[in-house]
Design a protein around this ligand. Structure first.
Ligand SMILES: Nc1ncnc2c1ncn2[C@@H]1O[C@H](COP(=O)(O)OP(=O)(O)OP(=O)(O)O)[C@@H](O)[C@H]1O
Ligand SMILES: [Mg+2]
Length: 268
């Protein structure tokens, strides 16, 4: 449903700081894939997600998206704004995904507008009900705070809400860039389990960057490891299910193209 062919991203082209952040990346993502993405700092993980979302443009190659019913769309040259109809994104910073100066209810309305544009009012009402129900199921007590400004909520509450809003706008692909890294362990765990639950219930296609090896192993059906702008490991199916941390370390050492001083950090 999402195909990247020979995607290249070069920052600072022609300058002394030229940086080939994605090198001929080829990737085919199937509908319903939940892919965890690992790799050390600067490996190109965020750039991969940025290239998919259109916040950085690929120099060459193509990015094609099979958006429900509309057939395959070539989005390579499409702006980030146009692709946002199909792509949901969540970042590390819990303040980015929701508008702090608006109430929870108003945030929900914005989210509705982003999602099912042009639907009949009745359907939107049904959706709002579903939204409220889901907010209740977050077990964060937010159903009693619909009129409160989102700025009053904790980082964990906001990130859970961001996740819910992203999911409710029914993206074809959900891109998560270390979306629990800024949360305390309890909230991180809660948001991760919501991520799993939503992915299952809404049949989402997900790319999730994480520095937590355990999460990368435990979650999803496929794992990518990046290094120096390339995907150096792509493990799916049973192999992924049975993969241990020791296997991953071994595979990484065998696959990497250069000596990394920070192996230990990557694989901690
Ligand atoms: N907008 C940009 N302009 C210039 N260089 C950039 C830009 N974004 C990323 N880079 C560079 O591209 C390389 C890949 O960065 P990227 O952010 O994709 O790494 P990452 O794997 O997400 O790392 P981290 O784990 O630290 O988030 C790095 O060398 C980075 O400095
Ligand atoms: Mg990053």
């Amino acid at each position: 449903m999402l195909t990247l062919e020979n995607v290249n991203v070069v920052f600072g082209k022609g300058t002394p700081d030229e940086n080939h952040a994605l090198k001929n990346v080829n990737l085919k993502i199937a509908k319903g894939d939940f892919i965890t993405v690992i790799g050390s700092n600067g490996a190109g993980k965020s750039t991969l997600l940025n290239a998919i979302a259109g916040s950085v443009m690929s120099e060459s190659g193509s990015i094609r998206l099979n958006a429900g019913g509309a057939g395959e769309l070539d989005v390579t040259k499409q702006s980030e704004h146009r692709r946002a109809r199909f792509i949901g994104r969540i970042f590390q910073n819990p303040l980015l995904g929701t508008a702090g100066n608006m109430s929870l209810e108003d945030n929900m309305v914005v989210c509705e507008k982003k999602g099912y544009r042009g639907l009949r009012l009745g359907l939107n009402n049904a959706r709002r009900e579903m939204f409220r129900e889901r907010i209740g199921k977050l077990s964060l007590g937010l159903e009693r705070r619909l009129r409160d400004n989102v700025a009053l909520f904790s980082g964990g509450q906001r990130q859970a809400l961001t996740l819910l809003m992203a999911v409710m706008s029914r993206p074809e692909v959900l891109l998560l860039d270390e979306h629990t890294a800024a949360l305390d362990p309890v909230n991180a765990e809660r948001v991760l389990s919501l991520t799993k639950e939503f992915a299952r219930d809404f049949h989402l296609t997900v790319l999730m960057i994480t520095h937590n090896m355990k999460n990368a192993l435990d979650m999803g059906n496929r794992l990518l490891m990046m290094d120096a702008g390339e995907i150096i490991l792509d493990i799916g199916g049973n192999e992924k299910q049975n993969l241990t941390l020791a296997d991953l370390q071994e595979r990484f050492r065998a696959a990497k193209r250069r000596d990394l001083a920070n192996d230990e950090m990557l694989l901690s």
